[in-house]
Ligand binder design. Structure first.
Ligand SMILES: [Zn+2]
Length: 471
């Protein structure tokens, strides 16, 4: 066996706050060779992130391979940019994410083009870069080992965060040395109505392990979730109003459609009320669910409610102008992109309407803005000044992220945890979750990943932390 400093992996994050996600791992082998790989390379969607998106903090051409944990743009949106900057390796992801990724990257390329046009700059990447990226994607079977090279084994595990989402075990080996095992949870959820989720193998639970966990809801317990969606929606339509539901294209849209079917079956929602879905990408994803292109539960294949139609540009106008009671799902989830930009200004003026957000709405997005505007006040939407007359509601009951108690529960199953690294969340939430892990989980060390420190790990856990040039 060699000494501690001959074989190690330096783990760092290339981002600071909630979005985007990007981790760099630099491995040093005992023969002095190095190997670099990246786990996720997301796009910052907030205006403030415009500059951050422009520069990669590593040399793309020196990256051996990339792993994508799931198909959310804050984890995938700059993969084509890596190719533009000279990356030539493969992109390992789950089979389902391989199916979904081309839709997402093509869409984000279009959005970036529009943003560039507005700002009189050039887009971050082109359709050609997207094509290059898609060609290099390797769809990995769940729980089957994949070998990017002689020294690395990857195993993808089910994850309830999103259809196609995976947790990834990276095992780095060198002859004569114990393996370095790093387990990336990605964005994590312990449940998903569309997926069957299983226990991890005993082998994984017992290995010496460094785990990288997210902290989106690091300050919240699952018991603090407040369910109000069913009551709000059914009340609105029973009083003759229209409910506008901004949804994310993948996962949330399909989940809400299933909820509508459930409400109809329970008798709390009349099948007389039309239900519509307007959002190009969301409709494409919904069709993949319906066609059986993804590994979803057989029992969940038929999730559409009665009296349901898709809406597109050609059929939108009467839906938009109608004064009849209806339920309209529309993208994007925060209200700032897609047809939601048309439905919200139209329905926000109507006192019997309800705009019901179903996920996180970042400050600065339309959903965030409406939160801080009282009824009767004027709100600015795409240059217009509109009086807020409709009710606006928010719920976190559909969250795709595990809460702190559920993350702690997940971590407790490991018997040889050497290091837990907390990443991807507001700083205060990472801090709270890290403290909780120190108190409640049997692990040798706990660290917070931000751009100030690099964590050097070996086969037996943390070797040391190093400060970075970002200090
Ligand atoms: Zn995600």
């Amino acid at each position: 066996m060699g000494s501690r400093e001959q074989f190690y992996a330096d783990i760092s994050t290339q981002c600071n706050e909630v979005t985007p996600s990007c981790h760099l791992v630099v491995v040093k082998f005992p023969n002095d060779e190095t190997m670099k790989f990246v786990v996720d390379c997301g796009l910052c969607q907030e205006e403030a992130g415009y500059e951050l998106n422009q520069k990669l903090t590593f040399s793309a051409e020196k990256i051996a391979f990339t792993i994508v944990t799931h198909n959310h743009v804050d984890h995938t949106g700059r993969i084509p940019f890596m190719f533009k900057k000279g990356f030539q390796g493969k992109v390992y992801t789950s089979e389902d994410t391989q199916v979904l990724l081309p839709y997402a990257l093509t869409d984000s390329c279009k959005v970036l083009k529009d943003v560039a046009k507005r700002n009189h700059t050039s887009p971050l990447y082109s359709e050609l870069d997207v094509e290059h990226a898609i060609e290099k994607v390797v769809g990995c079977k769940i729980r089957k080992i994949e070998y990017p090279n002689n020294n690395v084994r990857l195993t993808f595990y089910e994850n309830g965060h999103l259809v196609g989402a995976a947790m990834v075990l990276v095992q780095i080996s060198y002859p004569g040395y114990e393996d370095i095992n790093i387990f990336f949870m990605g964005d994590y959820n312990n449940k998903n109505m569309f997926l069957d989720l299983y226990e991890l193998d005993r082998l994984v639970k017992d290995m010496n392990l460094t785990v990288v966990t997210e902290a989106t809801y690091g300050d919240m317990n699952s018991s603090e979730m407040h369910e109000c969606f069913e009551e709000n929606i059914t009340r609105c339509v029973s009083e003759g109003g229209t409910a506008i539901i901004p949804v994310f294209s993948l996962g949330r849209s399909q989940e809400i459609l299933y909820k509508m079917q459930e409400f109809q079956n329970k008798g709390v929602l009349s099948p007389e009320i039309p239900i519509r879905f307007d959002g190009k990408l969301g409709i494409k994803y919904t069709n993949l669910f319906l066609k059986g292109s993804l590994h979803i539960k057989e029992s969940m294949r038929n999730f559409l409610p009665q009296n349901f139609t898709f809406v597109d540009k050609s059929t939108r106008e009467p839906v938009l102008r109608s004064t009849d009671s209806q339920i309209i799902l529309t993208t994007s989830g925060m209200g700032s992109y897609g047809p939601a930009q048309l439905y919200i200004p139209e329905y926000i003026r109507r006192p019997n309407s309800l705009i019901h957000f179903t996920g996180y709405t970042a400050p600065g997005t339309l959903g965030g803005k409406l939160k801080s505007t009282p009824i009767g006040e004027i709100v600015e939407i795409s240059g217009l000044r509109v009086k807020k007359a409709a009710k606006v509601e928010y719920t976190n009951e559909f969250s795709a992220h595990a809460k702190a108690d559920e993350i702690v529960e997940f971590l407790k199953q490991f018997s040889n945890l050497k290091l837990v690294l907390v990443t991807h969340g507001e700083n205060s939430k990472k801090e709270i979750l890290a403290k909780r892990i120190v108190n409640e989980v049997d692990t040798k060390d706990v660290g917070i990943l931000d751009r100030r420190y690099v964590f050097r790990v070996g086969p037996y856990g943390l070797i040391k932390t190093l400060t970075t040039k970002y200090l």
